[in-house]
Write a protein that binds this ligand. Structure first.
Ligand code: GAR
Length: 195
């Protein structure tokens, strides 16, 4: 059984989609949901699903990224994950941290990478006049939002969209894409899934 840890910062809707997919004949199970924010709603949702949770508040480390990551590693390593999924985890991780999980850490990003790495992806797509938006799952490497593509799903940008309506349309696809990519990844498939 492949052990999956999921890192979140907020509501955790992608975490829920991932966790709900890991049942029955699925080759993986969620072993930990870890957040940098003890108040993240997703922690309650994970606990309600019977998943172990932990939080390491980044604000306690006052900008000392190495100390924050050392603290984050404690519960993470105790959980002995085979795969780590970033699911709305909003802290940038250092190359040193990422290296520990090289080739087995995934991230979902709310844009059609390589377009719009970083923040405010939906507003940037709207400002550029894009007619299409979407989401990407990729392997995490030291460079932000730039690792090998594992999957992508597209949505139209509709007249009258604002960042909120577009984000909601993309999020529906995130919940389809991430579980599908995770399952393929656990099964050893690395070719990108295009939905
Ligand atoms: C999702 O849209 C995810 O793609 C995005 O944050 C949201 C989290 O929602 N991630 C990033 O922007 C990463 N840079 P969720 O907590 O409901 O899954």
């Amino acid at each position: 059984m492949t052990r999956v840890a999921i890192l979140i910062s907020g509501g955790g809707s992608n975490m829920v989609a991932l966790a709900q997919s890991m049942t029955g004949d699925h080759p993986a199970r969620p072993v930990l949901v870890l957040s940098n924010d003890p108040a993240a709603k997703g922690l309650e949702r994970a606990a309600a699903m019977g998943i172990a949770t932990a939080a390491v508040d980044h604000r306690d480390f006052k900008g000392d990224r190495a100390a924050f990551e050392a603290a984050l590693l404690e519960p993470l390593q105790r959980a002995e994950p085979d795969v780590v999924c970033l699911a709305g985890f909003m802290r940038i991780l250092t190359p040193e941290f990422i290296r520990r999980f090289e080739g087995r850490m995934l991230n979902i990003h709310p844009s059609l990478l390589p377009n719009y790495p970083g923040l405010h992806t939906h507003q940037r797509a709207l400002d550029a006049g894009d007619t299409e938006a979407g989401c990407t799952v990729h392997e995490v490497t030291a460079e932000l939002d730039a690792g090998p593509l594992l999957g992508q799903a597209r949505v139209p940008v509709l007249p009258g969209d604002d960042a909120e309506t577009l984000a909601a349309r993309v999020l529906v696809q995130e919940h389809r894409l991430y579980p599908a990519v995770l399952r393929r990844f656990v099964e050893g498939e690395r070719a990108p899934l295009i939905l």
